[in-house]
Design a protein around this ligand. Structure first.
Ligand code: PEP
Ligand code: MN
Length: 263
């Protein structure tokens, strides 16, 4: 179902009145973790003013250590929904457990499947039983074939609204957190009709390089980007080192739009 052989034309995914894979680049932006209602509203207003269509923010966080902050849970989803109410931004947030599908879909516009859960097949099947758009991140140790098969798990349950997201893979390189696999963008577009975004924040892992890689992802053909933004990245509860300030984000969004026009 994800294959271009089955569906020759590009698929677009509608979220609110924005079309992912349409004539303007999709920009999803926000904090790695939802922290507070006021802080989230400040970010939401700023990214909206800079042209983002969607607000990202983790309420359930897949942290490497069980002792790290695990997210605010449903409380965080309430803050996200309030930010949508005020700004009109669509909401993107991660789901980690099949049992939480009904609860989380009642707050969000796009369900994010994180890299660590790309092959959580019970979770893929559960989100496949909804019609809510799913942002399917590539696992950091998964092949393109495995990634597309995970899309297949969702689509075969009846949900055609899958958006792929390249978020970097593990390589031997140590100067970057991951290696954003730009190769994957044209390859996936050849193999599949689904829209593909890039996540340069996790993809490279350092704020100073994020704008360059956002541009590179768009130049490679991505339909848009998802990036981490915080007013004070050094104080962010997670992923501060790769998080853009509000001003850096505004500049990045402009560069993404300019690059998109050239592709
Ligand atoms: C995130 O978006 O904050 C996240 C945890 O992403 P990934 O699953 O790509 O690591
Ligand atoms: Mn993060």
């Amino acid at each position: 179902l994800a294959s271009r052989a089955f569906h020759p034309d590009n698929t677009t995914v509608k979220v609110g009145d924005h079309i992912i894979g349409g004539s303007e680049p999709t920009i999803m932006a926000g904090p790695c973790s939802v922290e507070s209602q006021d802080g989230l509203l400040e970010i939401a207003r700023a990214v909206k003013a800079s042209g983002a269509q969607m607000l990202r923010g983790g309420a359930f966080k897949p942290r490497s250590s069980p002792y790290s902050f695990q997210g605010l849970g449903e409380e965080g989803l309430k803050y996200l929904a309030a930010a949508r109410e005020e700004t009109g931004l669509a909401i993107v947030s991660e789901i980690m457990e099949p049992g939480l599908v009904d609860m989380i879909t009642s707050y969000v516009d796009v369900l994010q499947i994180g890299a660590r859960n790309m092959q959580n097949f019970a979770l893929l099947k559960a989100v496949g039983k909804t019609q809510t758009p799913v942002l399917l991140k590539r696992g950091f140790a998964n092949s393109i074939e495995e990634w597309l098969m995970s899309a297949e798990y969702i689509m075969s349950e009846g949900n055609p609204n899958v958006i792929l997201c390249e978020r970097g893979i593990r390589t031997f390189e140590t100067y970057t957190r991951n290696t954003l696999d730009l190769n994957a963008v044209p390859v996936v577009q050849h193999l599949s009709h689904l829209p593909v975004l890039v996540d340069p924040s996790h993809g490279i892992g350092y704020a100073r390089y994020v704008t360059t890689m956002a541009r590179a992802g768009i130049a490679a053909g991505a339909a848009g980007v998802i990036v981490e933004v915080h007013p004070k990245p050094e104080e962010a509860w997670s992923d501060g080192g790769q998080t853009l300030t509000l001003d850096q984000f505004s500049d990045m969004a402009e560069q993404v739009r300019q690059t998109f026009e050239l592709v």
